[in-house]
Design a protein around this ligand. Structure first.
Ligand SMILES: *[C@@H]1O[C@H](CO)[C@@H](O)[C@H](O)[C@H]1NC(C)=O
Ligand SMILES: *[C@@H]1O[C@H](CO)[C@@H](O)[C@H](O)[C@H]1NC(C)=O
Length: 239
């Protein structure tokens, strides 16, 4: 009996260890933005380390991602439909500065790159003339979720520059007037992601993923819990 118990105890620990290590990875994945915020989901991929492509997703609060994204350098931005021989402009803004409820400082210019070759953008390489260097999302505490919007415009043949007063500050940027100045009205592709200040986001495992995303997670967890339960019953039987 000593041998059986030892084996059963070992199995129990293996089972519990699998439950403990298996679930956080499976549930700490970016979830889609709310349905009301999907209007900009159109043909662009934005990829950061660890979280992957966050095209129209919310940066999860688990694994310290909302803190990490404030330190990561520029994401990979990929426009698979880019035309190889064209040039493009990339704009990244926060329309929710300082908050979505009171965006007096709209738009906050996070990144502005012109003269990007289509062949590069097609591969996810943003190489061109940086009119504004990349600034990571750092939403202030207590200001809720901010949207970070990326747009790609066909630039072909246009010399684009910021006015001195535009270069002087990132905030209060008149994006609409800027676009009108260069007759750039319709972006070729767009997307956005959302995050909020990490101090406002307890670093805990998120709610179980919706069925469409995490079909296998709850099932696996259940299976392992069932296994641990059987081992317990087996153990109790021997006591
Ligand atoms: C999604 O909508 C709910 C309900 O309005 C809101 O509480 C939540 O903050 C929204 N999430 C995001 C990321 O905007
Ligand atoms: C791009 O330009 C090259 C060289 O002129 C040409 O061979 C190629 O067919 C062009 N590609 C497209 C997609 O127009």
């Amino acid at each position: 009996m000593g041998w059986t118990m030892g084996l059963a105890t070992a199995a129990l620990f293996v089972g519990l260890a699998m439950v403990a290590t298996g679930s956080p990875q499976m549930t700490c994945a970016p979830e889609p933005v709310n349905a009301t915020d999907t209007d900009l989901c159109n043909g662009l991929e934005v990829t950061y380390p660890e979280v992957g492509n966050i095209d129209c997703k919310v940066i999860p609060s688990c694994n310290g991602y909302r803190k990490k994204i404030t330190t990561w350098s520029q994401p990979m931005v990929k426009y698979p439909m880019a035309s190889e021989n064209s040039t493009y402009m990339l704009v990244m803004v926060d329309p929710d500065a300082p908050s979505r409820a009171s965006p007096q400082a709209r738009y906050w210019r996070h990144w502005l790159v012109v003269d990007i070759k289509g062949a590069d953008l097609k591969k996810g390489t943003v190489k061109g003339q940086e009119l504004t260097t990349y600034e990571p999302p750092t939403p202030p505490p207590q200001t809720g979720f901010h949207r970070y919007q990326f747009s790609v415009f066909l630039q072909d043949g246009k010399a684009i520059s910021l006015l001195p007063q535009e270069s002087a500050a990132r905030g209060f940027w008149g994006l609409e007037q800027f676009l009108i100045r260069f007759q750039l009205t319709n972006p070729e592709a767009r997307t956005q992601f959302m995050t909020q200040n990490y101090e406002d986001s307890p670093d805990v495992s998120p709610e179980p993923a919706p069925p469409a995303q995490g079909v296998s997670a709850p099932k696996d967890k259940l299976k392992m819990s069932g296994f641990a339960f059987l081992v317990c019953v087996h153990l109790a039987h021997h006591l």
